[in-house]
Design a protein around this ligand. Structure first.
Ligand SMILES: Nc1ncnc2c1ncn2[C@@H]1O[C@H](COP(=O)(O)OP(=O)(O)OP(=O)(O)O)[C@@H](O)[C@H]1O
Ligand SMILES: [Mg+2]
Length: 300
């Protein structure tokens, strides 16, 4: 069974985001240079769901800071809908409402006295009137699955999972066209993780939002994304459809990454002589493929 998300037709007239030869180095106190992003280029099309993966320290979060103009590249640039976001006169504040970044650590994002005030801040800051901002904040807090009792709590008194939802609500309330999430499921239990990822997938299906999801979970990326970008030591190592990327097992391994377990099982079955396809990466598809072979050979 092929995933539904491949059925969404993409508008390929103009990329919603384009990165061109991005380079970024951190300068440490000891005047040492750390090359975090090196010559990274890609196009992202409206409505895509992209999984961004890479070993710890490979440059994912830094790349996201460049895409949202929170950091300025040493060289190269980023275009949002064809406009250079690092041009002097470009309105970068407005950009951050349109390209919303949910930070890797919610503590870096939450700041207001209550969750409600925190979520209202984005729309207010974008010039939305108070009544509309409050209505949007209310709907958004509900949408991310936060309980009513959280509304007037300090964001810092929430649990890890609740903080993450509050941070996501704060970005969603600005109604971004591109939603970028840096490890949004860290700290959530499996049910919370599935609910959150389903909600994110529905934003794309219902509102046509473009999604970039950083995740350490190959299973999550395989389930939700249709394209994967793999970062390795600051460079973009692979950028292709999910199945094409997962076929590069040895390159992924050398970048410190593993393919989904399901794929390893299918490869093992195939190399031990069972004529199953080895380009399958979801449990449902694997079950169907194994049953197909068993039926074909009249084992069942
Ligand atoms: N503020 C900083 N000062 C100096 N070096 C930094 C800073 N932030 C990140 N780095 C370095 O830049 C490189 C890329 O880091 P980055 O945080 O972008 O990677 P990442 O892929 O997001 O990692 P993780 O999966 O652990 O979140 C790493 O070598 C990291 O140590
Ligand atoms: Mg990171």
């Amino acid at each position: 069974m092929q995933k539904d998300n491949t059925l969404i037709e993409l508008n390929k007239d103009i990329p919603i985001l384009e990165a061109k030869h991005l380079v970024y180095e951190y300068r440490t106190a000891a005047a040492k240079l750390i090359r975090a992003v090196y010559d990274v280029s890609f196009n992202i099309w409206p409505g895509e769901f992209i999984g961004l993966i890479g070993h710890t320290g490979s440059g994912k979060s830094t790349l996201l800071q460049l895409l949202t103009a929170l950091e300025e590249p040493d060289s190269g640039t980023v275009y949002f809908k064809g406009q250079d976001i690092f041009e002097k006169k470009y309105d970068r504040k407005k950009l951050r409402g349109k390209v919303g970044l949910v930070f890797q650590y919610p503590e870096h994002q939450l700041f207001a006295e209550t969750v409600f005030a925190d979520v209202c801040f984005g729309p207010l800051n974008m010039g939305v009137d108070r009544k509309q901002a409050e209505l949007t904040a209310y709907d958004t807090i509900k949408k991310v699955g936060l309980e009513d009792e959280c509304f007037y709590k300090s964001p810092f008194d929430l649990s890890g999972g609740q903080k993450r939802r509050a941070a996501i609500a704060g970005v969603l309330a600005m109604k971004p066209e591109v939603l970028i999430l840096d490890e949004p499921t860290a700290g959530l239990d499996p049910k919370g993780r599935d609910d959150l990822l389903d909600m994110i997938a529905s934003l794309r299906e219902d509102a046509g939002m473009t999604i970039i999801l950083v995740s350490h979970s190959m299973e999550d990326v395989a389930r939700y994304a249709e394209r994967i970008m793999v970062m390795n030591k600051g460079k973009l190592l692979l950028d292709d459809t999910v199945s094409a990327v997962f076929m590069h097992q040895s390159e992924l391994k050398s970048a410190g990454l593993a393919v989904p377990e399901v794929m390893e099982i299918m490869t093992a079955l195939s190399s031990s002589g069972m004529p199953v396809r080895d380009d399958i990466f979801t449990t449902d598809d694997a079950a169907e493929e194994i049953l197909r072979v068993l039926r074909e050979y009249r084992v069942i």
